[in-house]
Design a protein around this ligand. Sequence first.
Ligand code: NIG
Ligand code: FE
Length: 434
Amino acid sequence: MNPNRKFDFNAAQALFLTNIGQLLTLQSASGKPGPRRGSDLKELGIIKNAAVLCLGGKIVSVGPTSDALRDPWLKKNRKKVTEIDCSNKVVLPGFIDSHTHPVFVSPRLVDFEKRIEGASYEEIAVAGGGIRSSVESVRKAGKRLLVEKVLTVLRDMAGQGTTTVEAKSGYGLTVESELKSLEAICEASARWPGTVVATLLAAHVVPKEFQGREQKYVEIVCKEMIPQAAKRKLAQFVDVFCDKGAFTAAETEHIFEAAVQHGLCVRAHVCQLAETVLQPFLRFNPASFDHMDHVNDDDILILAKHDAVATLVPGANYFLGLKQYPQARKLIDAGVPMALATDYNPGTSPTLSMPMAMSLACTHMKMSPAEAIAAATINGAWALRVANRKGSIEPGKDADLAVFAVEDYREIPYWFGANRCSMAVMNGTATYPQ
Ligand code: NIG
Ligand code: FE
């Protein structure tokens, strides 16, 4: 144990977790820089019978419980520290859900029923359902309602072990409603102890009133929405749904140019419905390419040499009732860094559970439980460019932890549909599922 002796700590923020059965530190033994790839994705850095000390929202020491109890600093300050006996449970870094769309008002139950009757996602969209059908209610909604919607989801996510969330706008599709959506994300984030990374997804779909005038809408995204979101620091990322029926590759490049010009980083929804060639986007240094169901083999070889993370969202495949899932094995074996996320949204993936996404990754994409955990933690951190402070349990990083009432980490994706999370620590604040 070696906490900074000069640290002027607040007892409320001093947490000492002891008797952890398996502590998954996610520290890398290989020491290779960048996101995990290939066989390094399985490295969980497990310490048995472990303890973690957190002060002031940061992790200060990690190691066996017996070492922690011998530490002179801890012996002296033990009474001032909130001690949590983990009774042999599993502790891991809080999940990083690096792809979510939480700013919407209502579930899309008609789409759900139509799909059960056999209609596809694209057929439903063409017939007036899909993304566009979530837009009117967001445009009409007051910001306060949207803040409450987002906050409720963030709290539910923490209840399942998620401590960092990427949250996109994308159901407003006017300057005013997209900025209102981002403001709602920022205000909800300020009332939640975890960490939120906001993304402007104004290029989610061309709104009805711009059909046939797509270029005009793209201009508004580039010349009004991106500059205003950047100036007001409402978003860190710009995302584009670049796919059949959404935005073209040329439009995506145009939007990325505007994003980079205004100091924002980029990420994209790609290859969900049809193949998109990804190589031309690499000049924008994207943080992630998400979905990746129809990625081509040449791009796989290229991505293996880059740090852009392939973020797979099997919840969408599951909920759309698809037989095919993204080829996680092929990506991992080729050396492409990959992450897992929920893609929480009302159309394709109304789940906020990272353990569910991990379970699907194991059963339908043949990832091992260890790979699924690394993809949901450290590689999610890389996908959001926060790996310097999140995604693993090591001194100096943010105190973001999830405690699961299981004896073996493999039980996390195994008990699908049940929530075994018993506590989440977010920036040093402990919360418990409702
Ligand atoms: O990631 N593909 C684009 N966006 C979402 C779906 C949004 C919706 O249907 O409302 C996705 O699957
Ligand atoms: Fe999405």
